[in-house]
Each structure stands twice: as C-alpha cells, then as structure tokens.
Design a protein around this ligand. Structure first.
Ligand SMILES: [Zn+2]
Length: 137
C-alpha cells in the first residue's frame, strides 16, 4: 500500500502544517510572528541595557566614609523626583519621554513670547530626552 511521502522541507517547521512560502523557510504567518518576536526581544534587550546603565550610575552608596552624606543626598533626590504613580514594569522610557514632550509642547503654545520661560522649557525638554535615553552606551 503506497502512501504519499512526507516532505518536511515543504512544511513550515514552526506550525508544521502550512507550506513554506518565505525565503527564511517559514510560512508567511510564522515568519511575520517571528519577526515581531525578534523585534520585541531586541526592544527588551535595549531597555534592559539602558536600565543597567542607569543602575550603574545610581547604585546605592555602601558603608564607605561619606556614605551617610551620600545616602541623605540620594534620599532627597529620590523624594524630589518620586512620581505620584510609578510606571508599569513594561513601560518604555522613550514612550514616557514622548508623552512628556507632547505636554511641554502644549505648555509652549501657552507661553507666548516669554523668552525666559521658553528657555526653561527648552532645558526641561532636553533633560526629559536625557532621562528617556539614559547614559550613552
Ligand atoms: Zn508556519
């Protein structure tokens, strides 16, 4: 009794039932899923790298001499910058930065020709950009 030989090379190795139709060897659906996953993974890696660069800069001081002064200073900084609401674990500093800049654009529109206020606004915009990106790689 002859059966049709199975040709696995023609079936997508990811889903196992659709035909391979892309150059990378997957079906269209699995290929685009993989591309999205890969992009998400890259994004996550970038976010983690950014986070660890910040962490290196803001590491809690140990019990070295001057540690008390540094701890007090750090505490003041933390209190001064503590948000009403902490962002979610998956939030993206770049997206938060874009939102903040949009709010500042609205403020700019209300400032008229107050050049001193505009100068402060420009500095705030720059600092938000720095916060969003963190230290340079
Ligand atoms: Zn597939």
């Amino acid at each position: 009794m002859a059966t049709e030989p199975i040709e696995p090379a023609d079936l997508c190795p990811a889903c196992g039932y659709r035909d391979v139709t892309t150059a990378d060897g997957w079906c269209v659906e699995c290929s685009s899923e993989r591309a999205i996953e890969a992009y998400g993974e890259k994004d996550r890696e970038r976010a983690e790298a950014r986070h660890s660069r910040w962490k290196g800069r803001t590491a809690a001081p140990s019990d070295q001499p001057l540690a008390l002064v540094m701890r007090q200073r750090r505490h003041r900084l933390e209190v001064a910058t503590r948000p009403k609401e902490f962002p979610g674990a998956l939030s993206d500093p770049l997206e938060l930065g874009v939102d903040a800049l949009a709010h500042l654009r609205a403020v700019r529109n209300g400032l008229g020709s107050n050049s001193r206020a505009r100068s402060h606004l420009a500095q705030a915009e720059e600092l938000i950009k720095q916060l969003a990106h963190g230290p340079e790689e």
